[in-house]
Design a protein around this ligand. Structure first.
Ligand code: NAP
Length: 326
């Protein structure tokens, strides 16, 4: 597995990380615990060194990540996140400094480790000045409990304010072939400040892989049921994007998922996508994207085709969209 450096930091990670959320949160029933641990360990075997979890994914998510990675602790980078009231993303943000400290202590216990390698604020809290958030993380870094500071779905003003107090190592926000907004302001700002970028939902929450269509039904606790972009009408309308990916993938003896990830990798050398899966075979498939080279011609073909496609449906329902990009 190739490695990449997140921005100007000294943090080296595998070019593709593993998003662990879906192992127990967001996409229906949790995977069997032993299977989840086996999947994380398989990722280590295959060269993955960046693992992503969060307080908000439920206690068991961090516990599984911690247990799976304990034998490899010094070889891997564990990223987790703070910032929701009571750790519940449905309750709104809470990044008050004492709460940040309490989350760090609790995450360290659940992860069974003595340091969090990368600690992200999950969403900007409109009620807590960013300087106070960055200051709280700076204190944790000084104590050795946290190694690097990250933000998620923060806007450029918040990124600059945070970075002025405590250098930000990485921004984790949605970015993929069907959500390219970060290209406008975010990527140039990260480039200027030397901050790495970790795209979440790089496979469009599964849609870009070609395995979901208008007839797919999700289990009742699957988050995609409330995402406008996943309404049956939107899925039908957005099928042309999947078809485009299929045509490009076929020409490269690759899969749609691999092209979607390889496209992200080709955008900047400091981009590290974190696709999530519960399946061993898909894990191997997704990591295979690190060896797929998209030529300038491939990239302009994709660009040209994308410019003719109008992606239907918002990526979040309105009440959740409001808290991103602040
Ligand atoms: N910071 C944030 O606010 C935020 C928000 C969302 C996610 N994240 C992080 O980003 C990670 C990845 O994002 P994500 O899970 O939302 O979306 P994703 O990686 O774009 O897609 C995951 C979905 O795609 C399916 N999938 C994965 N590989 C596949 C393949 N090769 N072929 C067909 N289907 C495939 C998975 O199903 P199977 O399990 O059935 O394979 C799963 O339903 C998460 O695990 C989490 O760590 C962060």
């Amino acid at each position: 597995m190739k490695t990449r450096k997140l921005g100007n930091s000294d943090l080296m990670v595998s070019a593709i990380g593993l998003g662990c959320m879906g192992l127990s949160h967001g996409y229906g029933p949790a995977a069997d615990k032993n299977a989840a641990i086996a999947l994380i360990r398989k990722a280590v075997d295959l060269g993955v060194t960046l693992f992503d979890t969060a307080e908000a994914y439920g206690a068991s998510n961090e516990e599984i990540v911690g247990e799976a990675l304990a034998p490899y602790r010094d070889k891997v980078i564990i990223a987790t996140k703070f910032g929701f009231k009571d750790g519940d993303s449905t309750k709104g943000q809470d990044s008050r400094p004492p709460r940040i400290r309490a989350v760090a202590e609790a995450s360290l216990k659940r992860l069974k480790t003595d340091r969090i390698d990368l600690f992200y604020q999950h969403r900007v809290d409109p009620n807590v000045p960013m300087e106070d958030v960055a200051g709280a993380v700076k204190d944790l870094i000084a104590e050795g409990k946290v190694k690097h500071f990250g933000l998620s779905e923060a806007g450029v003003t918040s990124i600059r304010r945070a970075h002025a107090v405590q250098p930000v190592t990485a921004l984790q926000s949605e970015y993929s072939l069907w959500w390219r907004e970060p290209e406008t302001e975010i990527l140039p700002t990260l480039d200027e400040l030397g901050i790495g970028f970790v795209p979440f939902s790089p496979l469009g929450k599964g849609f870009l892989t070609g395995t979901i269509d208008e007839n797919t039904s999700f289990s009742k606790d699957d988050f995609r049921n409330i995402v406008p972009r996943f309404s049956p009408e939107a899925r039908k309308a957005n099928q042309s994007l999947v078809d485009l990916l299929g045509a490009i993938a076929a020409g490269k003896q690759a899969t749609q998922a691999q092209v979607a990830i390889a496209w992200l990798l080709s955008q900047k050398p400091w981009i590290v996508p974190i696709p999530g899966t519960t399946k061993l075979q898909r894990l191997e498939e997704n990591l295979g994207a690190a060896s797929i080279e998209l030529s300038t011609e491939d990239l302009s073909q994709i660009e040209d085709a994308l410019s003719k496609i109008n992606v239907e449906g918002d990526r979040y329902p309105a009440h959740l969209a409001a808290r991103a990009g602040r």
